[in-house]
Design a binder for this molecule. Structure first.
Ligand code: ARG
Length: 482
C-alpha cells in the first residue's frame, strides 16, 4: 500500500544502536525566557500517548525528506543521512531501546531531536517547510488508514463466524421478538444473519471514512503553507494518499475524520453490545436458547453453581467508553477557533481508546460466536407458547378473501379465547374456528404451529429457511472475496 520502500523496515530484524538520546535544545527555547515550568512540561506532553504513531511519523518524515531532495532543498547526501538516521531510530523504538523523554513533548519532537543528535546538521534540515501541525495531521491519517484495514478484517472474521453458525441452523425455528414479546417464528439462521447485515454496514462506513481521510495535509505547514517550493503531490504519492488537501487552514485545523472514525467505532460497539445483550438473556435459565462456551464464562467467588457471561457483559459495558470518546472528540472540536489549536492534541487519547476497545471486543465476540451452540431441543419445547402463528393465521384469512383488518380482529378474539382456555391455536377444532369465521377451512392447520409457519414466508429477506439459505450463499460468496 505504501509507495516508499522503507515501510517494511519497521517490522524487520533490529540493529543494536548506541545509547544516544538527544540532549539538544528545542528550537523555540531561543524565543521563550528560561525553561518551561516542570508542571508545564508534564501537562503539555503527549509523548506517552502519541509514541504509538512513531512508524507513521518516520514514514512521513522520509517522504518529506525525499521531496526536499527532489526540490533541491537538501542534498542527496543529506537525504541519505536523514533516511539512515530515521530508520535506525525506528528500529531502536521497536526494540524498546529508545528513551522517550517528556521534555520533547511529542513523538514528532522526540524523533527529530534524536535524529539531530545522531546525524547533526543534516538532521536540522528535516523540518524545512513543515510544522508539527501538518505533520501530526498526516501521521494520524496514516495510522487511521491502517487501523481501519485491521478493524475491517476483524469485522469480516466476525461476519464469517456468524455465517458459519447460521449454516448449522438454517432449518431450526426460534421465536423472533418485538418489544421483547414473542412475535413470529423465524429460523435461527436468519436471526444470526441479521448481525451480518449490521456489521456489513459498519464495514462500509469504515471504508467511506478511509476514503474521506485519505488526503495529504503535508505542505500545509503551520497554517498558511510555505514560501518554499514544496512538491505536495510528491509526498502524497509516496505515502499512498489519493490526493492533497486544498486548504492549508482546514488541513491543520480540523479533525472531523477523528470524530467520524470514533462514530464508526461507536456503532460497531452498539452492534456488539446488542448481540451481547441478546446472548446474556438467551443463555439465562429463563430462555435457555444458547450455551456460551465455558471458555468465555466465569464463575462466582461465592456461588459454586454459577456460569456467568462476563465476557458478554464486558462487551456491553465497554460500549460506554467508546461513546464517551465520541462525546469527547466532538466537544474538543466544537469550540476551537479556526486554524490549529493545541486542544487538537487531545484527539489521540480518544481515537486510540475507541480503536483499542472495539478491536478487543471484536476479537472476543468472534471467538464467542465461533463456539456458541443453540439448544434447539429446548427452544422447540417452548416454541408453541406465545401464539407465534397468529399473524400467519390472519394472512391465511386474507388468502380466503377476508380484509386484513377483519382478519386481525378475528384472530385477536381467537387468541383471547385460547388464552382463557390455556390452549394453542392449533388445538381449536374446525367447528370452533368456523364459529369465528366461515372463511376458515380444513387447510387452516397447515398454517398453524410455529415450526411450520417459518417455511411459509415468501417475501425476499424474510426470516424463513429458504431465504436464510439464499443469504448464506450470498454471504459466503461476498465474504470469500475479502
Ligand atoms: N502534539 C501536537 C498534536 O498532537 C502537535 C504539536 C503542535 N504544537 C504546536 N505548538 N503547534 O496536535
Amino acid at each position: 500500500m505504501y509507495c516508499i520502500d522503507t515501510y517494511d523496515l519497521w517490522e524487520r530484524g533490529l540493529i543494536p544502536g548506541a545509547d544516544r538520546m538527544a540532549k539538544s535544545e528545542k528550537s523555540w527555547e531561543k524565543r521563550l525566557a528560561g525553561g518551561p515550568d516542570e508542571l508545564t512540561v508534564g501537562f503539555v506532553e503527549s509523548l506517552s500517548i502519541d509514541k504509538r504513531l512513531y512508524k507513521y511519523d518516520i514514514v512521513g518524515s522520509i517522504a518529506h525528506a525525499q521531496m526536499l531532495a527532489e526540490q533541491k532543498l537538501i542534498t542527496k547526501d543529506e537525504l541519505r543521512q536523514i533516511k539512515a538516521g530515521l530508520i535506525e531510530i525506528s528500529e531502536e523504538i521497536a526494540a524498546g531501546r529508545f528513551k522517550f523523554e517528556k521534555r520533547y513533548e511529542d513523538i514528532h519532537m522526540a524523533i527529530e531531536a534524536a535524529l539531530v543528535e545522531k546525524i547533526g546538521r543534516a538532521g536540522k534540515k528535516l523540518h524545512t517547510g513543515r510544522s508539527r501541525n501538518d505533520q501530526v495531521a498526516a501521521d494520524v491519517r496514516l495510522w487511521m488508514r491502517d487501523r481501519i484495514e485491521i478493524l475491517q478484517a476483524k469485522i469480516t472474521l466476525l461476519q464469517k463466524a456468524f455465517v458459519k453458525l447460521a449454516g448449522r441452523y438454517s432449518e431450526d425455528v426460534m421465536p423472533a421478538y418485538t418489544h421483547l414479546q414473542r412475535a413470529q417464528p423465524i429460523v435461527i439462521a436468519s436471526y444470526l444473519l441479521s448481525f451480518v447485515e449490521q456489521f456489513e454496514r459498519d464495514f462500509v462506513r469504515l471504508r467511506n471514512c478511509r476514503s474521506l481521510l485519505n488526503i495529504s495535509p503535508l505542505g500545509s505547514g503551520a497554517v498558511a503553507g510555505s514560501t518554499l517550493p514544496l512538491d505536495r503531490k510528491s509526498t502524497a504519492r509516496q505515502l499512498g494518499f489519493s490526493d492533497i488537501s486544498y486548504s492549508s487552514i482546514d488541513a491543520v485545523g480540523d479533525r472531523d475524520f477523528c470524530a467520524e472514525f470514533i462514530f464508526d467505532c461507536a456503532l460497531i460497539a452498539t452492534h456488539l453490545s446488542r448481540l451481547a445483550e441478546d446472548w446474556i438473556l438467551y443463555s439465562s435459565n429463563e430462555f435457555g436458547f444458547v450455551r456460551i462456551d465455558d471458555a468465555y464464562c466465569t464463575s462466582s467467588s461465592m456461588m459454586p453453581q454459577k456460569r456467568n457471561p462476563d465476557v458478554l457483559e464486558l462487551i456491553r459495558g465497554k460500549t460506554g467508553m467508546v461513546y464517551g470518546s465520541l462525546m469527547a472528540i466532538l466537544t474538543i472540536l466544537k469550540g476551537q477557533p479556526s486554524g490549529y489549536n493545541r486542544d487538537m492534541q487531545e484527539d489521540k487519547t480518544h481515537i486510540f481508546a475507541a480503536d483499542d476497545t472495539v478491536e478487543a471486543c471484536l476479537d472476543v465476540a468472534c471467538a464467542i460466536v465461533s463456539h456458541t451452540k443453540f439448544d434447539t431441543r429446548k427452544i422447540l419445547i417452548g416454541l408453541d407458547e406465545g401464539f407465534l402463528d397468529a399473524t400467519a393465521l390472519a394472512e391465511y384469512l386474507v388468502g380466503k378473501g377476508v380484509p386484513f383488518r377483519e382478519a386481525h380482529g378475528i384472530v385477536g378474539s381467537l387468541v383471547a379465547e385460547c388464552e382463557k382456555q390455556d390452549r394453542k391455536l392449533a388445538e381449536q377444532s374446525l367447528d370452533e374456528f368456523q364459529e369465528c369465521s366461515t372463511a376458515i377451512e380444513a387447510d387452516v392447520y397447515e398454517y398453524l404451529g410455529a415450526a411450520g409457519v417459518a417455511g411459509k414466508y415468501v417475501t425476499e429477506g424474510a426470516a424463513g429457511p429458504k431465504q436464510a439459505k439464499e443469504q448464506i450463499a450470498y454471504w459466503n460468496k461476498q465474504l470469500g472475496q475479502r
